[in-house]
Design a protein around this ligand. Sequence first.
Ligand SMILES: [Cu+2]
Length: 353
Amino acid sequence: MTTLLTLAVLVLVAIAIWQMTKIFELSQLRTDNSEVANDKDNKYNGYLMFAFLVFIYGITIFSFAKYGKVLLPEAASEHGSDYDMLMLISMVIIFIVQIITQALLHYFAFKYRGEKGKRALFYADNNRLEFIWTIIPVIVLAGLILYGLYTWTNITDVNDEDDPLVIELYAQQFNWTARYAGDDNTLGSANVRMIDIDRANVLGLDESDTYAEDDVIVKELHLPVGRKVNFKMRSQDVLHSAYMPHFRAQMNCVPGMITEFSFTPIYTTEEMRQNPDIVEKVQRTNKVRAEKSAATGEIIDPWEFDYVLLCNKICGKSHYNMQMKIIVETEEEYNAWMASQQTFKSTMMASAQ
Ligand SMILES: [Cu+2]
């Protein structure tokens, strides 16, 4: 009934507006209602162009001031600074070019606005001008692309130099599992067809493969600081993307194939917690939590910084919460943690009993 009444009111309001518009139109009959813009309209639009220029500059400055702090902190991986430098140079160039071109675009729209009697100048072409505005972008873009390719090739070069730790990241809707290669540092072969949930073979490891015996399957990623890690990604169901923002690392996880990414963590979790940006972020977040807690009476634990592995491909309804904690620690702490983990073989034997 309420719905019907609301609908009726809406229809009546629409009719009223329509009628009022008609009355307004009728009352305007005697005035000049030409659709051709006159000098006043053009001037008005010229100033509006200027106002829009001020608006976009204003919103840019506002965004930098207000949201600059939510950007990622210093990179926690060896290649991270190269990546950040590439990003910075690209952004600075884009920023400078956009400031100049937007100003010119809007100023010219204002300066050459239509005026009665004013005619556009016929200007066929200017080879020199065209040469300049072609060659500058060509040089800048070629430089950026070459520099980008060089950096990117270095970052994505996965090799076995420096005795890397081999870890598999296994994605499925909606969680991550990590598999360490064990003492032999070689992952046992695996296939989605060999998954046996009843026997806790959740990653489909080949039980007859001796390389698989010492593999360690975990739900929390521990990495020793300063040691290169070669990640091998798999996906069980749909496209996922392994995203480790603090390490400037991201790689798609594709069903049916193994993708790779490699990086060396340079700061332990403890060291990163001392980073001024992180300290500030933690304070900010906990202030919000405390305020929310005071307002609702709900107890919210203060947040502590941790590295995190996220999914960066919209893979389904719980995609937003598909994450795994990453702990970067000293070699000794890592070894102690690893020693307390069970190998694939021992979990298989335990489940067989
Ligand atoms: Cu996902």
